[in-house]
Design a protein. Structure first.
Length: 172
């Protein structure tokens, strides 16, 4: 074996070892702001955990229940805008929903404006499709948004929008 190679190999190992030892010897205490960085890291981890809690399903449910409690049905206000008596959670107030479709939605456990507003358009269409050919032709594209307005008591806004709709379908 060539001794030149062994010499280079030995010098390389000694240099690496010597560099490591010098780094350990003189490198301690060199990080003046390490404690600052550690504090920042702890703070950021706390913020991350707080944000994770805010996006958790339990937090969203508690937030939804808090928001839900702020809306209360005012029959007099609804009657004043629509000119007729409105019953709370009457799905037929939604343009495009009649008594038979309301009954169909009730059978599928959608009995309130809130539950309809949380329902996707695709789910509404699926309920209609499963009910048969007579229901399949309806377009529920605006129903959840109308139900949201009714649930939130935005009667003037709902009536104005319904005047622009054609059988529950946005003409625009």
């Amino acid at each position: 074996m060539n001794t030149c190679i062994l010499i280079h190999f030995g010098v390389g190992i000694l240099s690496a070892l010597f560099g490591y030892l010098l780094g350990r010897l003189f490198g301690k205490g060199r990080c003046q702001n390490c404690d600052d960085w550690k504090e920042k890291m702890v703070t950021l981890e706390k913020e991350l955990n707080a944000n994770k809690k805010k996006t958790s399903p339990q937090y969203k449910r508690s937030l939804a229940s808090t928001v839900a409690s702020t809306y209360s049905f005012n029959a007099n206000l609804a009657k004043g805008v629509f000119g007729k008596t409105i019953k709370e959670n009457d799905l037929t107030i939604v343009e495009g929903i009649g008594p038979k479709i309301q009954e169909l939605f009730h059978k599928n456990n959608i009995k309130t404006w809130k539950s309809l507003s949380n329902c996707s358009v695709q789910k509404c269409q699926s309920i209609l499709n499963n009910a048969g050919e007579a229901y399949r032709i309806h377009n529920p594209g605006t129903w959840p948004k109308q139900a949201r307005m009714a649930y939130e008591g935005k009667w003037e806004k709902l009536l104005k929008w319904q005047d622009e709709l054609d059988g529950g379908i946005d003409k625009l």
